[in-house]
Design a protein around this ligand. Sequence first.
Ligand SMILES: Nc1ncnc2c1ncn2[C@@H]1O[C@H](COP(=O)(O)OP(=O)(O)OP(=O)(O)O)[C@@H](O)[C@H]1O
Ligand SMILES: O=P(O)(O)OC[C@H]1O[C@H](OP(=O)(O)OP(=O)(O)O)[C@H](O)[C@@H]1O
Ligand SMILES: [Mg+2]
Length: 281
Amino acid sequence: MLRIAIPNKGTLSGPAAQMLREAGYQQRGDDRDLICRDEANDVEFFYLRPRDIATYVGSGDLDLGITGRDLLVDSASPAEEMLDLDFGAATFRFAARPETVSDVDQIAGRRIATAYPGVVERYLAEHGTTASVIRLDGAVENAVRLGVADVVADVVSTGATLRQAGLAIIGEPILHSSAVLIRQGEAPANGQVDQLVRRLHGVLVARRYVMLAYDVRADLLDQATALTPGIESPTISPLHREGWVAVEALVLRQDVHRIMDELYDVGARAILVTVLHACRL
Ligand SMILES: Nc1ncnc2c1ncn2[C@@H]1O[C@H](COP(=O)(O)OP(=O)(O)OP(=O)(O)O)[C@@H](O)[C@H]1O
Ligand SMILES: O=P(O)(O)OC[C@H]1O[C@H](OP(=O)(O)OP(=O)(O)O)[C@H](O)[C@@H]1O
Ligand SMILES: [Mg+2]
């Protein structure tokens, strides 16, 4: 039975369970359950703190896990990223009072408060800088106000928490994070793992793409399909109406309205968009 770690609480918990449901896996019925056995798929899900997931997977005690890239880096566990799951996006950044520290060059020798000491130590080592890292559990933005630190290093999503604490971002993001599927570094090939990755990839494609269908005169087909090349190739079917064809192709959801406008200008008609529920490419 495949054993998979997923977040029991926090930002990543709901979207991770939702993605697995869309991929056809059973999820817990109650938010307090810590285990869910999906007999039909021969998978057991363990609900764990996202911060601990890389540890369980890196040690080989669990086969796979879903966690944040920043938490994976912070753990320094021998687990590796297999697939970016495209949710839980956040940047990891330095911030400080603008009148004290306003540039990354001024970080050397300062006190940096963070709940992610591994990420900060890695940054310092890569930049040949030394500073004193103060590990806190959370709400690190308060550390500057309370005199415990000069700089904070934390997850930034909207930036509202930093602004409220009178802190300004310093420099470029230390890390771009999002939810990722992880496995142990030297894990051998496994058909069940491959199947899960294919299913999750199918969910990502179904979320990113829509199916576009339209009718167009055969002599305009090349112009139209240049706008909708599809992933492999567009499907072309004859229409009963002489000289016309029907086209079907996947297009990126974010581009669909622009493509519909351009197809209309080329002469395509009956342009329809269909949402995908699942797919295997
Ligand atoms: N707005 C956000 N705040 C915190 N973490 C976020 C946010 N957006 C994405 N994440 C990601 O979620 C993961 C942290 O999840 P975790 O459950 O530890 O913290 P949390 O969502 O803040 O919950 P908690 O209430 O326990 O602090 C990290 O990978 C982080 O990058
Ligand atoms: O940029 P924002 O949209 O404001 O979000 C980022 C903030 O949210 C998280 O804090 P959380 O509420 O999880 O508290 P914590 O620090 O105790 O984890 C994170 O640690 C930042 O403080
Ligand atoms: Mg938090």
